[in-house]
Design a protein around this ligand. Structure first.
Ligand code: NAD
Ligand code: 89V
Length: 350
C-alpha cells in the first residue's frame, strides 16, 4: 500500500466499462475522497461512452498505457474474472493499490499467486465483495457479533428469485459454473460474515432453466468452525408471486433468541421473556439508484466508502484478498461436493 502518500483525494482508474462498472462509477462520484481520473476498456466504444457519461479526463484501451500515462493511487477492476490476473499483475508491477470484482479468480491456485504477488509488491488488494455491505445485512451481522441472541446454532441465508439476470448479463447463460460462482459466492460470504469460517460443507445443485449451461439452483449446508449449521440456498429458477430480487433473506436461531430479516426489510429480534422487537432496516437508496437494484447499489457505496476509510487508516478492508480466498474456497468446495456427493473440507488461506 502507498501508505506514505497523504493525498486528501485519491486518484483512481476504473478498468472494465461494462454493466456493473456504472454502479462503481456512480458510487465514486458520491464519495469525496476519490476521483476517477481515467477509464480503461478493451473496447474503444465502451471507453468513449464512460468518458462521455461520467466526464472522465482520460481513456485507454491498453492497460500499460493507462499505468504509464497516469499517476494513480488505485485501480478499480470491473472487468470479468478471466481478465483479472493480467490486470492485477499489471497493477502490482506498477505499485498501485487494487480493488477487484468477484469472483476474483477461477482456480484457487491463481487467487493464491495473485494475493502473494500483491503482498510482495506492497500494494493492498481488496475484493469488491459487496453483499455483506448491504446495510440490512450489516445490522444482522452486528447483532450476532454483539451476542444479541447468544450463540447461533442455526442459520439460513436464502436468495431465491426468477428475475431474468441474463438480460443484463448475457454471459451468465454461457458459464459452465453459474449460480454458485456468480451469486452463491455473495451468499456464502454473508454466511462467513455472520458465523466465521467453515469446517466442512455439502452441496446439491440442479439446472432448471433450459438453454443455459450452468446450474441455477444450489443448496449448501455449512458447518462453521464455531459449531453453527448454516444453509445457504440460491435459485434463479423460482416462480414467485412477489420476487425479492436481489435480496438475501436471513433466519438465525441462537441459544438466547432468534433473528429474522424479511423481504419487507423488517428485522425481527426475539428473546425469551421480551416482546418481539421489529425494526425497519430499509436501506437508504443512492440518488442514482434504480429498482430493483437499489439494495445492491447501496452496498457498492458502503463498500467503497469503507475502502477509502481503510486506505486512509492504513488497514486492510474487510474483504481483503486473503479473506476473500476463504469465500472462494467455499465456492470451490461446493462444486466439488455437488460433483462427488461427498462432504468437503474447504481450502482456506494460511
Ligand atoms: P460486462 O461484460 O458488462 O463488462 C465487462 C467489461 O470489461 C466490458 O466492457 C469488457 O469489454 C471489459 N473488459 C474485458 N476484458 C478486459 C480487459 N482485459 N481490460 C479492460 N477491460 C476489459 O460485465 P459485468 O456484468 O459488468 O461484470 C463485470 C464484473 O463484475 C464480473 O466479475 C462480475 O462477476 C461482476 N459483477 C458483480 C456484481 C456485484 O454485485 N458485485 C454484479 C454484477 C457483476
Ligand atoms: O451480484 C452479482 O454478481 C450479479 C447478480 C446479482 C445478478 O447475480 O451477477
Amino acid at each position: 500500500m502507498n501508505g506514505e502518500k497523504k493525498e486528501s483525494v485519491l486518484s483512481g482508474a476504473l478498468i472494465g466499462c461494462g454493466f456493473f462498472a456504472r454502479n462503481q462509477m456512480q458510487a465514486w462520484r458520491d464519495l469525496p475522497g476519490a476521483n476517477i481520473v481515467a477509464v480503461c476498456d478493451r473496447v474503444p466504444a465502451n471507453v468513449a461512452r464512460f468518458r462521455q457519461d461520467f466526464d472522465i479526463a482520460e481513456g485507454f484501451t491498453d492497460i500499460e498505457a493507462l499505468f504509464n500515462s497516469c499517476d494513480l493511487d488505485f485501480v478499480d477492476i470491473a472487468a470479468p474474472t478471466p481478465a483479472h490476473a493480467e490486470l492485477v499483475e499489471a497493477a502490482a508491477r506498477h505499485g498501485v493499490d487494487v480493488i477487484c470484482q468477484k469472483p476474483f479468480a477461477g482456480p484457487l491456485d491463481m487467487a493464491r499467486d495473485l494475493i502473494v504477488q500483491c503482498e510482495q509488491s506492497g500494494i493492498s488488494l481488496t475484493i469488491h465483495e459487496n453483499f455483506r455491505w448491504q446495510s440490512a445485512i450489516r445490522e444482522v451481522v452486528r447483532l450476532v457479533a454483539d451476542g444479541a441472541i447468544g450463540e447461533p446454532f442455526f442459520g439460513r441465508v436464502s436468495y431465491r428469485s426468477g428475475f431474468d439476470v441474463f438480460a443484463n448479463q448475457p454471459y451468465l447463460a454461457e458459464l459452465p459454473r453459474f449460480i454458485i460462482q456468480d451469486l452463491g459466492i455473495h451468499v456464502l460470504d454473508i454466511a462467513r460474515a455472520l458465523f466465521g469460517d467453515v469446517a466442512r460443507l455439502s452441496c446439491e445443485t440442479a439446472r432448471i432453466t433450459p438453454n443455459i449451461n450452468g446450474e441455477d439452483t444450489a443448496t449448501i449446508m455449512l458447518r462453521h468452525d464455531r459449531g453453527t449449521t448454516c444453509v445457504v440456498d440460491c435459485s434463479y429458477a423460482s416462480v414467485l408471486a412477489d420476487d425479492p430480487f436481489p435480496q438475501s433473506l436471513i433466519e438465525i436461531d441462537g441459544d438466547r433468541g432468534s433473528i429474522r430479516l424479511k423481504q419487507d426489510f423488517s428485522l425481527e429480534l426475539h428473546r425469551p421473556g421480551e416482546a418481539k422487537e421489529c425494526r425497519d432496516v430499509t436501506p437508504e437508496s443512492p440518488s442514482w439508484s434504480e429498482q430493483p437494484w437499489a439494495v445492491i447499489q447501496e452496498s457498492v457505496v458502503n463498500l467503497q466508502r469503507d475502502w477509502l476509510e481503510c486506505r486512509r487508516a492504513g488497514r486492510p478492508a474487510a474483504t481483503h484478498g486473503a479473506d476473500n480466498f476463504n469465500t472462494l474456497g467455499l465456492v470451490e468446495a461446493a462444486y466439488r461436493s455437488a460433483e462427488t456427493g461427498r462432504t468437503v473440507v474447504p481450502e482456506r488461506w494460511q
